[in-house]
Design a binder for this molecule. Sequence first.
Ligand SMILES: [Zn+2]
Ligand SMILES: [Zn+2]
Length: 353
Amino acid sequence: MKKFYFVFCVLLLNLCLYSTAQEQTDQDKKTDWWGDIDGFLNQQAKITLGMADDLLKLNAPAVVEPVERKMALLMIDNVLHDEKAAYRPAVQTFLQKRIENAVDEIRSSEVKQGAVVWKLYNHAFVVKTPSVTIGFDIQRGITRIEGFSLKKDLIQQLIDVVDVLFISHFHGDHTDEWVAERFIAQNKPVVSTPDLWINLPIYQQILHPERKANMIQEISLPLKGFRLKVINYPGHQGETILNNVYLVFSPEGISFAHTGDQSNLKDFEWIDTVGDNQHVDVVLANCWSGYPEQRLAKGFRPGLIIPGHENEMAHTIDHREPYWLNYQRLGYSNIFPWVQLAWGEKFNYMQNP
Ligand SMILES: [Zn+2]
Ligand SMILES: [Zn+2]
């Protein structure tokens, strides 16, 4: 009986695999899509993203980008500015595969020098140095769209190797209660603004450092046996939403700022002077926060800017920030070097001597 059951399962599995493969081949072999607009757009997205993926692999992130890389990012912008893009299987597969690859790399790579920065979805970043792995705004994508939500077991694998989570502010594209809970369950600190999840039991276990420019505070990492130095700048999104702008110092002395959704003119009071008091290596900046004349960069004076928050698919397409606007916002000049990353890509930052 057991043997029969085994054979039956193998047959069933083969049948499922065969039908999936069949479906794939059938779609790719079709020579017309008349009467199937959604099918057509999905297939066009699949072909476009496939080619963009090939080009990105051949042209890694760099301050000076070859035209092939610019073209790839522009192709991604075009696909993602279709209103229904997040619902298209081709887009969902593109996201899942790129993040799966990044999680594999984060888990397996050994950083011997400098820091490696991975961009995940939206404004989520992971920074790995020889001694610590730091997470910013990690979340699972758009959880209400099943295919556009990253699987729990994948994100759990990521959490297993990240030492601390910094959350910039309460908006859903930056926070994920499940992610925060998993960090806390592993005795890893979660840091946020004081207005997030006030009524949830988890609130008491989240760290809320004072929001004060230029004051160095310490976050204890019990599993690592050391403390991270952090400045928690009192940022805002608009005039009223609290937005922590963290400047985190790795034990090697490399500093990383994450700006969340910083966008408030009054905060230039402190932004203008950050670089007078601190050495900032990398700013992970929401791509619209630069302001005319690169005022944010002039304040931070970082070694490198990595813009983030491009193509947040829950935004309407006018505020679904494209890569092509980064050139306009951050400039073509290399006064403040910047490098843009697609979902799941990484950049190796080496400190200037
Ligand atoms: Zn926000
Ligand atoms: Zn946001």
